[in-house]
Structure formats: structure tokens, C-alpha cells
Design a protein around this ligand. Structure first.
Ligand SMILES: [Ca+2]
Ligand SMILES: [Ca+2]
Length: 292
């Protein structure tokens, strides 16, 4: 036999469910931003992007001098005297940052650590594409795989021009680092292209070094969308950027500045082929026109 709950009890249930669903909405990822996306860090507010959308947060949430995450002169400035570092990270994951749905190119320009007082080997800039927001990709500078998020592709660049790429995903054993190289000269930025649309996901990393550049290609073996992020948000990502002082000594500071961050979808090969054919046909027409 069913007993009907008193009105106050039913009201309580309805209110509880409403609150719970509201909490769920708050925690859900975002469909912002549309691609291509660029933040030039030029509005003097670290938590809002150039579109005046509150998109970023910092880790630690409250920063005390000398730690800082700030915007100055249209640059993102991250300073830290410790291994935990100073991080700028997306508040939550974005559905448009899903490299399992379409290959994506993540670009950082204007990277500069020359203002650091820590030794070059202790200077660390960390960039990550990760499966949750408001947390670091990894807990500290000493290990790109320690705690932090469950899944991430992490790029570490030191002031001594050493670059590593690490992959972590819950339940996945990876032979990290997947890439470890001494760059030819000081990097000024890079474009990391991730493609999770293929059976074995791939990365391509173009590193700009002033007048020259280097490209590195590889695979992300075992990386799987089903292990990337929460239910209903599989494959959605947040981005983090951090300046870290990897045991540079008391009183020394790492200052990493970045001019801009952008994310763009890579056209499918078919689209590229069509565009190329279109360009060729156009060129042929122009040439014929000249002959007349
Ligand atoms: Ca800028
Ligand atoms: Ca801003």
C-alpha cells in the first residue's frame, strides 16, 4: 500500500531536486567559446577574456606576492617562487575544445621567461589541454603527472630550452615523456595540434624559435575519449598555462609571459583538398585571363 507524503514533505522533495539540478547546471561545462578563439590577454583582467566573458580562474585561487597571475601590456604574466606555480586555467571544460570530435590546434605566442631570476633549469612554463577546469594539470613542477587533473596532454618548457610532452589518463600506463628534446634555441611560442578522431590519437607540435622553427610528430597511444572527462562531457577540455619555479632556490622567481592563446579547428583533409583544387582552378583561370 502506498502512503501519500504530506504536502510539506513533497515540497521538500521538489525543492531538493530543484537545488540539486541547479547545482548540476553550475558544474556543467560550457559551450563557449566558438572557434576560432583567441585571447590576447589585453583587457587587464585575468578572469575575463577579450570578449569580456568570465572564462578563466587562477590556481591558487588567491595569489600573494611574489606569486601572481596578471595582465600587463597585453601580456599574461605568471610569476612564482615555488613548485606549485601560478596557473591560469579555464573555469570549466568547453565543448568546443574537443579534439576527439575534430582535430584542434592550440597556439601560444609571445612566450618569454627572460625576466626570471631563477636559474634557467628551474624556469618552467607548463601548458596543458586537460579534462577538467579550475585545477592544475599536475600538482607541482617536479612531475607533470602528479595528481591534478585525471587526464591531460602536458607540455613543459624550461628556461634551458628543454621541452617535454607528457600524457596522462586515468587507468592508462604511458611511457612518458612521449617527447623530450633540447630545442635549437629559445622558444617564443608553439602550436600543438591534437587529433583524437583516429584510432591512435596523434600530436603535432610546431615550436617557434624566433626566425626558425622545429616540428615534432608523434602518437598518444591508448588515449581514449571515454576516459577523458565526466559523463556528458567526454572529450571536453580546459586549457591551463602556468609559470613554475622548479627548485630554483629561496628568493628566486620564475616569470613567464604569454602574448596570446588561440584555439582553431583544423579543416578535414577532404576540405583541404577541395580548397586546394579551388585555388588551383582559380590560378588556372587567372593564367588563362593573362594569355587573352
Ligand atoms: Ca597580447
Ligand atoms: Ca583578460
Amino acid at each position: 500500500m502506498h502512503t501519500r507524503l504530506p504536502f510539506t514533505a513533497r515540497l521538500f522533495v521538489v525543492i531538493t531536486l530543484t537545488v540539486l539540478s541547479a547545482v548540476h547546471v553550475v558544474q556543467a561545462g560550457t559551450n563557449y567559446p566558438p572557434l576560432p578563439y583567441t585571447d590576447n590577454f589585453s583587457n587587464n583582467s585575468v578572469t575575463s577574456d577579450d570578449n569580456s566573458t568570465t572564462f578563466w580562474t587562477t590556481v591558487p585561487n588567491s595569489l600573494f606576492t611574489p606569486k601572481q597571475v596578471a595582465e600587463a601590456g597585453s601580456n599574461l604574466v605568471m610569476a612564482s617562487n615555488g613548485v606549485i606555480g601560478s596557473t591560469l586555467v579555464g573555469i570549466d571544460v568547453s565543448s568546443t575544445f574537443n579534439f576527439f570530435a575534430s582535430p584542434l590546434a592550440f597556439s601560444v605566442s609571445g612566450l618569454n621567461m627572460s625576466l626570471s631570476t631563477a636559474p634557467a633549469t628551474a624556469q618552467l612554463f607548463r601548458f596543458a589541454v586537460q579534462d577538467s577546469g579550475s585545477v592544475t594539470a599536475a600538482a607541482d613542477a617536479t612531475s607533470p603527472l602528479s595528481s591534478g587533473v585525471d587526464a591531460a596532454v602536458v607540455i613543459d618548457i624550461t628556461g634551458a630550452n628543454h621541452l617535454t610532452l607528457n600524457l596522462k589518463e586515468i587507468g592508462l600506463a604511458v611511457s612518458n615523456p612521449l617527447l623530450s628534446v633540447d630545442l635549437l634555441s629559445t622558444p617564443t611560442g608553439f602550436t600543438l595540434t591534437l587529433d583524437g578522431t583516429v584510432a591512435t590519437p596523434t600530436f603535432s607540435l610546431l615550436v617557434n624559435e624566433g626566425s626558425s622553427s622545429q616540428t615534432f610528430n608523434g602518437t598518444l597511444p591508448g588515449l581514449n575519449q571515454t576516459n577523458w572527462g565526466a559523463i556528458g562531457e567526454k572529450g571536453w577540455s580546459a586549457i591551463s598555462l602556468a609559470g613554475m619555479n622548479n627548485n630554483g632556490g629561496t628568493g628566486t622567481l620564475v616569470t613567464a609571459t604569454v602574448d596570446s592563446l588561440s584555439v582553431a579547428a583544423i579543416p578535414e583533409p577532404g576540405t583541404v583538398a577541395l580548397l586546394t583544387i579551388g585555388t588551383l582552378l582559380g590560378a588556372i583561370r587567372i593564367k588563362r585571363g593573362w594569355r587573352r
